[in-house]
Design a protein around this ligand. Structure first.
Ligand code: PNS
Length: 160
């Protein structure tokens, strides 16, 4: 069984994330989507809220497991006995960031391979931070985030 781990901050999950996960299922039999808990990084959503949103968005896909982890990704991979990481790439700047991360992960554990999928063109402009700004200024998340995520993001930003 081919299993991949798709890690990320998912603050919040975007249509671009879901697209990569969906397409990843054409290659992998199972994907574990793992929300990284980074207490030093300011996030809009709590890790549990991100996990809950991903569970809702991906509830129809039985080949997907949603989890969260704290600490090094390579340690979590070891714990889950997974040696393949799946990540999406949108832009050249993503490439540089992803290259650094994948090389660091390989130094930490040479058995781990990172597989990259190019984002579909219609999602190449989407990032969780741009979406937060769009919604904060009253714009629409249509075509960028699921309506459920948009509703939750509006509620969050209203409270802040
Ligand atoms: O969605 P993001 O923020 O681009 O995801 C980045 C993530 C969570 C995959 C990365 O920061 C990560 O792996 N964090 C866990 C800590 C770790 O292992 N850091 C060293 C890898 S360079």
């Amino acid at each position: 069984m081919k299993i991949a781990l798709c890690p990320g901050s998912f603050d919040p999950p975007t249509d671009g994330h879901i697209n990569i996960i969906d397409r990843g299922l054409r290659i992998f039999d199972k994907i574990i989507v793992a929300v990284a808990i980074n207490r030093s990084k300011k996030a809009v959503f709590e890790p549990e809220e991100r996990v809950a949103m991903l569970r809702e968005l991906l509830k129809d896909k039985k080949e997907i497991e949603i989890d969260s982890f704290e600490g090094l990704l390579v340690d979590y991979c070891r714990k889950k006995k997974i040696s393949t990481i799946l990540r999406g790439i949108r832009t050249v700047s993503d490439y540089e960031y992803e290259l650094q991360m994948s090389l660091a992960n390989r130094i930490l554990n040479p058995d781990i391979e990172t597989i990259f999928m190019m984002t579909e063109g219609r999602y190449s402009h989407i990032s969780s931070s741009i979406i937060k700004e769009v919604i904060a200024f009253g714009g629409s998340g249509n075509g960028m985030i699921h309506s459920l995520v948009e509703k939750k993001l509006k509620e969050k930003l209203r409270k802040k």
